[in-house]
Design a protein around this ligand. Structure first.
Ligand code: PEP
Length: 263
């Protein structure tokens, strides 16, 4: 039986003080639930304050990205070992925003190349996290134009296959995969629950093909993209959806707590 998991991606919101205050608001609502894992992913600079604030709670902490090398001359980057030492258990990898695949483009198009994750760098990051004992939350998802061109299934299975290239099934039991259709992120256009279930089932089938069926059944698969209090229950009650990766709605402790209750 897979445990439900709800993760909040706080993106580039909150100073360290604000992030810690948000945890205080969330703690009571979340501590009442011992059947759902709840993770918050603040910016790197807020991880220490959030970790301190979560110590007396059931909340766990994740990072939003990682660099794959262990150390070296990589200005601005953060290694898996640094993330682990700061108290994180999880780390998001391959979010569509770090892949430069924006649903709602709010950056000038000529800067998109600076958000440059590829399937190959995602794979290197997954390997760095696994080797360090951190749990990757691997994001996969198609853009609107890929969906319109009936490419969804091919995009998803290719992203899974390339992300897991060279990984060993017996090391991957803590992997989490988030199906995040790019067109649903931050747009209010949530994916229909039946379609989200279909794609999450496809994700398990791809893991089964690439690894084995035991791992495919053990991996937690989340849905992300405009999850709200009003739609969480239907999504999280689909057989292959084990919870959610929540962006905008995770910034509001009352709404995030309601989404956790829906799981
Ligand atoms: C996300 O960015 O991972 C996300 C799911 O965002 P939102 O919930 O705001 O659509």
């Amino acid at each position: 039986m897979r445990r439900k998991l709800v993760a909040g991606n706080w993106k580039m919101h909150f100073t360290a003080t604000e992030a810690a205050a948000n945890v205080e608001c969330l703690a009571d609502a979340v501590t009442a639930r011992d059947d759902v894992d709840v993770v918050v992913c603040p910016s790197y600079l807020s991880i220490a304050a959030v970790r301190e604030a979560t110590k007396r709670t059931r909340l766990e902490v994740g990072a939003q990205d990682v660099f794959w090398a262990a150390q070296g001359a990589f200005t601005g980057q953060v290694s898996a070992e640094m993330i682990k030492a700061a108290g994180c258990i999880y780390c998001i990898v391959g979010h569509s925003e770090t892949r430069g695949r924006f649903g709602k483009v709010e950056v000038p198009s000529e800067t998109v190349c600076y958000f440059a994750d590829s399937d190959h760098t995602v794979n290197l990051k997954i390997q760095a996290l696994i080797n360090t004992g951190l749990r990757p939350i691997l994001c996969v998802g198609e853009t609107q134009s890929e969906r319109d061109a009936n490419m969804t299934d091919a995009i998803i299975s290719t992203q899974i296959e390339r992300a897991l290239d060279g990984c060993q099934p017996d090391e991957m039991s803590e992997l989490v995969v988030a199906y995040e259709p790019v067109w649903a992120i931050g747009t209010g256009n949530v994916c229909d629950a039946t379609e989200a279930q279909r794609v999450c089932n496809l994700i398990r089938a791809s893991i089964s093909d690439r690894m084995n069926s035991e791992l495919a059944n053990a991996v937690r698969v989340l849905y992300g993209g405009s999850v709200k209090e009003s739609n969480a229950k239907e999504l999280f009650h689909q057989p292959d959806i084990d919870g959610g990766l929540v962006g905008g709605a995770s910034l509001n402790p009352r709404e995030f707590a309601a989404i956790v209750r829906a799981a």
